[in-house]
Structures are given as structure tokens and as C-alpha cells.
Design a protein around this ligand. Structure first.
Ligand code: AMP
Length: 220
């Protein structure tokens, strides 16, 4: 299996080549076609499985193709929620790497730092927002963030977000999104509370469970 087999577009294939990626990881092989079909997804995958690329690559591809068709403005179309600042920064770096030939704009926001550069960037307009729930809620309440045009939502490391007490924040954020959207939920573990959350948020999801981290690239 190669990335070409996953029907990825040239600007993304070119970026993956620069990154030195030759073969999709198991979670990427399974998740990318599902996301490209605009289906909802429940992914059981921990850090180290390549899950970030599993959702970032198809999001970039769908938004790139939508832009070619509709000439959309720089409104936020995809929202990625993740529990920590470190993860948020990593996801944003992945979007920069895989999306560098797409022209799509992305931004990461998290707490503990001044909000001014973040609100400035929001004002200039972005396509994809990566956020920790607390700071996002904060900026939403100050009306710096407009989520009216969201068509894709990712909950990354959902189990950790619940463990950190973000349930109410997440539900508040989700309640202010358009109802018609694609939803992706990734979690390292699938306890009852995650199944409950998935049942509330996902619409007829495809399930992908490749939880083991990859260590030997040659074994994919
Ligand atoms: P993640 O599980 O998303 O945190 O990714 C773990 C690491 O694997 C990151 O450093 C990625 O850059 C890298 N990675 C993800 N997918 C691939 C791939 N298909 N080929 C090579 N490296 C990858």
C-alpha cells in the first residue's frame, strides 16, 4: 500500500515525499479513505500510530478540493480539539508539513499565553483551527471566533480530554457548531464514557481500531 493508492492529490503527495513518508501506517490506510468519503469516524488509536496524519491529510485534501470548486473565503471550516498545548502545537506543525502546497491557512490556539497574536490571526482569516477547549471557549465568549462555517470536527485524544475535565466545555463548543458536519473522534481507550460521547456526536460512524503503535516501519 502506498499513499498514491489512497487517491491523495498531488500537492499532498509531494509534501509527504518531502517528509520522507513512503508507506501509510495501518490507521492511515484505514482512516484516510473513510474521511475522504465524508463519513464520520470513531478511531481507537494512541499517539505513535500516525493518527495525526490519519485525520490531517484527508481534511487538507477535502478542503483543498472544496476550495477549487467553491472559491471559499478564509472562514474556519475544520476544528480540531485536543487536550494539551503540546499536542495542539504538534498537530499544527503536521498541518504545516502536509499542507504546505495547498495554500490552506491554519492556526493553533491554547491557553497560558497572550491571546493577542491568536486573535490577530483569527481576524486575518484561517481555514483550519487547532485548539485546546479552554482557550477556544474563552475566545468564543469574547466573540473572536466564528464557528458558523465548520464542516469538519475532530476530537483528538478524547479520553484524555474527558479525564482533564473538558466534557462540559466540549459539549458547549459542539452545541454552537452547525449541525450538518463531518465528525471524527480519536481515543486511545474506549471506556463507556467515550462510547457515550461517540453516540452523542457521531453519525453512523465507521470504526477503526488499530491501537498498537508502529515501531518497525518495514513491518507495515
Ligand atoms: P502520531 O501518532 O500522529 O503522533 O505520529 C507519530 C510520528 O510518526 C510523527 O512523528 C509522524 O511524523 C510520524 N509519521 C506518521 N505517519 C507516518 C508515515 N506514514 N511514515 C513515516 N512517519 C510517519
Amino acid at each position: 500500500m502506498s499513499f498514491e493508492n489512497l487517491k491523495l492529490i498531488e500537492p499532498i503527495l509531494r509534501a509527504l515525499k518531502t517528509e520522507g513518508y513512503t508507506t501509510p501506517t495501518p490507521i492511515q490506510e484505514q482512516a484516510i479513505p473513510i474521511v475522504l468519503q465524508r463519513r464520520d469516524l470513531l478511531g481507537c488509536a494512541q499517539t505513535g500510530t500516525g493518527k495525526t496524519a490519519a485525520f490531517s491529510i484527508p481534511i487538507l485534501q477535502l478542503l483543498y478540493q472544496d476550495r477549487l470548486q467553491h472559491k471559499e473565503q478564509k472562514t474556519i471550516k475544520a476544528l480540531i480539539l485536543t487536550p494539551t498545548r503540546e499536542l495542539a502545537i504538534q498537530i499544527n506543525e503536521s498541518l504545516a508539513a502536509y499542507g504546505k502546497h495547498t495554500g490552506l491557512k491554519h492556526l493553533v490556539i491554547y491557553g497560558g499565553v497572550s491571546q493577542n497574536p491568536q486573535t490577530e490571526a483569527l481576524r486575518r482569516g484561517i481555514d483550519i483551527l487547532v485548539a485546546t477547549p479552554g482557550r477556544l471557549l474563552d475566545l468564543m465568549q469574547q466573540r473572536f471566533v466564528n464557528l458558523e462555517h465548520i464542516k469538519m470536527l475532530v476530537l483528538d485524544e478524547a479520553d484524555r480530554m474527558l479525564d482533564m475535565g473538558f466534557y462540559d466545555d466540549i459539549m458547549f463548543i459542539i452545541d454552537s457548531l452547525p449541525k450538518k458536519r463531518q465528525n471524527l473522534l480519536f481515543s486511545a481507550t474506549m471506556p463507556h464514557k467515550i462510547r457515550e460521547l461517540a453516540r452523542k456526536i457521531l453519525h453512523q460512524p465507521e470504526e477503526v481500531t488499530k491501537a498498537e503503535p508502529w515501531r518497525e516501519p518495514t513491518s507495515w
